[in-house]
Ligand binder design. Structure first.
Ligand code: NDP
Ligand code: DGY
Length: 327
């Protein structure tokens, strides 16, 4: 194949070897990579994407009309190394006949595991306890010191019982959770064997001891968790979000946490990312913030990279992708 016929691929970040190897082996591709662990500046993205037939991107790359215009008419496939696709301007992409690959399922277990870890760390105040040990604040065993909230006998409410939401609910069951509520656009048959109860959102908020958000970010869920939302939660309830930061109105969350409207919050996702180190949420003892590490296990990230490379290559050869987003 002559250089003229080569398909130009741009990869917006260094991705795990499992994915890079596949791309480098593909004889029909001329692959260029932003060879860094940090995101490329927007101006570089607009430059590097020019003439690309395929784009492999991450959730931190906003792929909008400007990027699509910069890429030009060659662009046939966008493959994101993520299950979330709120960073992609889907309407524009669809209008231009571009196919999209993403990475559902392969990160479900890792993300559900991290959500349970975050819930327990928040409810049982682990970061505070660790800090007290290190700072010398641990003077003695005390009856009410660092008490939190337990899962046994509790009611957990999951907002968005999709792949990850269901995996979270399954993992919480053995902790002795008494009721498993969920809300969303429609009841889920797979909730049956879990004893999951489909309830209106207001019921879930009023009755849950733990509210876990695992829905996708879309116009209906943008700032779903706002003042009215938090005002319906119990004062003793713990709020956990591992979906996207924009599902939460952070000002309203801050008020809910400082006023005692809710007991605590655990966030793996924020607006913006990274959250500035002087952000008021970071000064609160009852708020645990993680740096978007839901899917961060070595094996999961390897499989995500591999799947996104496979999606990209299949899109370029006009074959069925292992995981194509239906537009
Ligand atoms: P799914 O598509 O399987 O689940 C998303 C769920 O959100 C679906 O059940 C969907 O309902 C629900 N939903 C959509 N709109 C609404 C709404 N208006 N109200 C209530 N529920 C709604 O995706 P996954 O479970 O695989 O992933 C979910 C999200 O988790 C991703 O989109 C991503 O943002 C986030 N994520 C975060 C990670 C992290 O590192 N923290 C890692 C991986 C994912 P329905 O089925 O009716 O459409
Ligand atoms: C996703 O895939 O959407 C996560 O946020 C990162 O794995």
């Amino acid at each position: 194949m002559s250089a003229r016929q080569m398909l130009k691929v741009f990869v917006t970040r260094s991705i795990p070897q499992e994915g890079m190897k596949l791309l480098q082996k593909a004889a029909m591709c001329d692959v260029s990579v932003w060879d860094s662990d940090e995101p490329l500046p927007r101006a570089e993205l607009l430059k590097k994407v020019e003439g690309a037939h395929g784009l492999l991107c991450l959730l931190s790359d906003r792929i909008d009309a400007e990027v699509l215009d910069a890429a030009g008419p060659n662009l046939k496939v966008i493959s994101t190394m993520s299950v979330g696709f709120d960073h992609l301007a889907i309407d524009e992409i669809k209008k231009r006949g571009i196919r999209v690959g993403y990475t559902p399922d392969v990160l479900t277990d890792a993300t559900a595991e991290l959500t349970v870890a975050l819930l327990l760390a928040t409810a049982r105040r682990l970061p505070e306890g660790i800090q007290e040990v290190k700072s010398g604040g641990w003077s003695s065993w005390k009856p009410l010191w660092l008490c939190g909230y337990g899962l046994s006998g509790s009611t957990v409410g999951v907002i968005g019982l999709g792949r990850i939401g269901l995996a979270i609910a399954q993992r919480l069951k053995p902790f002795g959770v008494k009721r498993r509520l969920y809300s969303g656009r429609q009841p889920k048959p797979q909730a049956g064997e879990l004893g999951g109860e489909y309830v209106p959102l207001d019921t879930l908020l009023c009755e849950s001891d733990f509210v876990v958000v695992s829905c996708s970010l879309n116009p209906d869920t943008q700032e779903l968790c706002n003042k009215a939302f938090f005002s319906k939660m119990k004062n003793t309830a713990v709020f956990i979000n591992t979906s996207r930061g924009a599902v939460v109105n952070q000002e309203d969350l801050l008020d809910a946490l400082t006023s005692g409207q809710i007991a605590a919050a655990g966030l793996d996702v924020t607006t913006p990312e990274p959250l500035p180190t002087d952000h008021p949420l970071l000064r609160l003892n009852n708020c645990v913030v993680l740096p978007h590490i839901g899917s961060a296990t070595f094996s999961t990230r390897g499989v995500m990279a591999e799947l996104s490379a496979q999606n990209l290559l299949s899109g370029l050869t006009e074959d069925a992708m292992p995981s194509e987003l239906k537009l």
